[in-house]
Design a protein around this ligand. Sequence first.
Ligand code: AMP
Length: 277
Amino acid sequence: MQKFKTKSDLSFYLSSLADPLIGFVPTMGALHNGHLALLRQAKKQCSVVVCSIFVNPTQFSNKEDFNSYPNTLSDDITKLEKINCDVLYVPDVSDLYTIDEKTKHYNLNGLDNVMEGKFRKGHFDGVATIIEKFFNIIRPHKAYFGQKDLQQILVVKSLTKQLNLPIEIISVPTIREENGLAMSSRNKLLSPKQIETASMLYKSLKFCKTNKDKFSITNLKNYIKIQFSEQLEVDLEYLEFVDANNLQNISFFQENNNAICIAAYLGGVRLIDNIIF
Ligand code: AMP
């Protein structure tokens, strides 16, 4: 695997390849099987797979969350080598941002005002800023994102369209722990007991899906909120029933493209998940 710390070395290398089909998987490291699923799919569909590991400061509205973000670079490199990732880009902040650089503001068609955007102010401007930079440096043909971050996928698709970039955005299904908890780098910050408790996020989503014909959205939402209020270790931040294409709230289930999205805190660790049906 080729490793690069600077965008100039990386783009020089990529431009030296003869007719590559470049697949790109952006990550913040602390790699788990969810990330590896993205990389495996990219390996199947592309001739050169580039993985980036970069904890992007502009997408964190909470300094503590940024500072406590897990860093396991040498383990990550072992995992990437094992699945034959071709290129790793691990830049310092100074390779991507000038000292006084401000986050750009994007028009994300309202996608950034709800759910994650509402509770993490400026988060998607930060995501769009870094993704635009990565896309310009790497110029991938395909870029892979996890369905766990549904809102991020829609934001990246909207950005790609606005910038008129010839990049296919590919969504990869969520990989889960045995108890249903969506894999996340932040799970490393949870105790075994908290991991067990955290399984209630996905169990709640599945309950709503299973009972979609029996109860109204209002009743399902109230029922799940009560379950969470009885579980003192977990703080529910939001539970939204939305159209999976535009994230607008729905009052009734549609034939398809229903998404239920959830965010909750467990002992200071923020977890998100969703289910689409
Ligand atoms: P992150 O390192 O958390 O920024 O995630 C990098 C990419 O991996 C994003 O596109 C995520 O949506 C994706 N990802 C994270 N967790 C999972 C998971 N459990 N299953 C599938 N994809 C995931």
